[in-house]
Write a protein that binds this ligand. Structure first.
Ligand code: BYC
Length: 334
C-alpha cells in the first residue's frame, strides 16, 4: 500500500515493492532504523531535511537569547542563561552529527542554511526587545519545543531518537528557567508585570506557529507519520501545547492575547482564534523582522571560524603523515 511512488520511489533508486514493504514492516514493528540499514531514499532525505532544519534552529536559536547574556539582571540569571544558550549549541551539534550519519556533511548543511535552501524555525526571526522576552522564550518556545520533541524520542531513526532523549531533558530545565523569570516578573511591580504581559503578547502567536502549518497544508506529515518519524500531527501537538499552557498563564495572572480562547467542555480542550498563516509563510520565506540579521550573523560565524576548521584539518593531516612514517610495531615473540 505504500508503493504508489510515496516512499522515495523517485526514479533514481531501484526500490521495488518487496523492499518498500519489508522496510515498512520494520517500521510497523517499531524496530529502530540505524545508519547502515537499507532505507528508502525518501526516508533518508526526509530525515536529512528535518534533522538538519532542527539543528539549524538550535544554532540560530542561540542568537535572540545570546543578545541578553551581557544584560541579564543578576549574576544568577546570567549564569543560567549562559548555560541555556550553551545547551542549545550542544543540541545543534548532536543533531548535525545525527544527520551526518545519513551521508550529508556539516559543510553541506551549513551551506544550505546560508543560501536559504534549508529552513530553520520561524520563531527565531522575532526580536527580543526586553528581558521579559527571555522569560517568554523559555516558557513558551522551549515549552512548545518539548511538546514537539518528546514524541521525537520515539522516532524510528535511532540516532535522532537517542539525541532527542538528552535534548528533551535539557529543554525541560530551559522551560522552567523561563517560567521562573515570568513568575518573578509577575510577582513584582505593576511595570514588571506589564513587561511579562507584553512579552506574552509578542510570543504567543509565533509559538503556536512553531508547530507548522495546519494539517491540511502540511505536505510532509502523512508520509512522516507512516514512517513513524512524526508521531502526532502539527495540529494535535499545537492543541496539546495550548491546553497545557493556558493554565500556566492563569497562574501567572496574565492574559493570552486571543479573545476567542475558550474552554470547550464538549472537546475537553481550548478553542482558539485564527492563526495568521500569511504572517507564518512570510516569516518562513525570510520576511521576518530579524531574518536577514540571523543569516548574516551565521555567515559571519562561519567565516570567522574558518581558521579553526583549517587548523583542525592541518593537524589531522600531520597526525596521518606521522602515523604513515612511524616504524611498524615489532610482533611479540610467541
Ligand atoms: N518554521 O509539511 P510540514 C528549539 C516548513 S528548536 C519554519 O508540516 P514537517 C529551540 C517545513 O519545513 C525548534 N518552517 O513539515 C532552540 C516544510 O518546508 P520544507 C525546532 C516550517 O517537517 C533554541 C513546510 O513548512 N524544532 O526548540 O512535517 C532555543 C511544510 O510543513 C515551520 C524542530 O525543528 C516552522 N515553524 O513538520 C529554544 C523539531 N513549520 O522543509 C528552543 C523537528 C513547518 O518542505 N521538526 N515549516 O521546505 C519537526 O517536528 C517538523 O519538521 C515540523 C514541521 C513540525 C517543524
Amino acid at each position: 500500500m505504500y508503493s504508489q511512488g510515496l516512499i522515495g520511489a523517485d526514479g533514481t533508486t531501484d526500490e521495488d515493492e518487496a523492499f518498500l514493504q519489508h522496510f515498512q514492516s520494520r517500521i510497523d514493528a517499531e524496530q529502530k532504523i540505524e545508519p547502515n540499514d537499507a532505507m528508502p531514499e525518501g526516508y533518508r532525505r526526509t530525515l536529512i531535511r528535518q534533522i538538519s532544519q532542527h539543528a539549524h534552529s538550535e544554532i540560530v536559536g542561540m542568537l535572540p537569547e545570546g543578545n541578553w547574556i551581557s544584560r541579564a539582571p543578576t549574576l544568577r540569571r546570567k549564569a543560567a542563561l549562559l548555560a541555556k544558550v550553551q545547551d542549545e549549541g550542544g543540541h545543534g551539534l548532536y543533531l548535525y552529527a545525527a544527520a551526518e550519519t545519513l551521508g550529508i556533511s556539516r559543510e553541506e548543511m551549513t551551506e544550505q542554511l546560508l543560501t536559504g535552501a534549508a529552513k530553520y524555525s520561524s520563531i527565531f526571526n522575532y526580536p527580543t526587545p526586553t528581558w521579559a522576552d527571555i522569560g517568554a522564550i523559555g516558557w513558551l518556545v522551549d515549552g512548545a519545543a518539548i511538546m514537539n520533541q518528546i514524541p521525537l524520542c520515539r522516532c524510528s531513526f535511532g540516532p535522532y531518537a537517542r539525541a532527542m532523549i538528552r535534548i528533551c531533558k535539557e529543554e525541560s530545565f530551559h522551560q522552567r528557567q523561563g517560567y521562573e523569570i515570568m513568575l518573578t516578573l509577575c510577582s513584582g511591580t505593576p511595570e514588571q508585570k506589564q513587561l511579562a504581559q507584553d512579552s506574552l503578547d509578542r510570543w504567543w502567536w509565533p509559538s503556536l506557529m512553531m508547530f507548522g502549518p495546519h494539517d491540511s497544508d502540511s505536505t510532509h506529515s502523512d508520509q512522516s507519520m507512516a514512517w513513524k518519524i512524526k508521531r502526532f500531527s502539527n495540529d494535535e501537538l499545537r492543541q496539546k501545547f495550548i491546553d497545557a499552557t493556558v493554565p500556566q498563564a492563569e497562574f501567572l495572572g496574565i492574559k493570552m492575547p486571543d479573545p476567542d480562547l475558550e474552554w470547550s467542555e464538549k472537546r475537553g480542550s481550548y478553542d482558539h482564534g485564527p492563526i495568521d498563516w500569511d504572517e507564518f509563510w512570510r516569516v518562513v520565506k525570510g520576511g521576518g523582522k530579524c531574518s536577514k540579521d540571523r543569516i548574516s550573523d551565521r555567515q559571519a560565524a562561519w567565516d570567522n571560524g574558518a581558521w579553526v576548521r583549517e587548523a583542525a584539518l592541518a593537524y589531522a593531516d600531520k597526525v596521518r603523515a606521522r602515523q604513515a612514517t612511524a616504524a611498524p610495531t615489532p610482533v611479540a615473540a610467541e
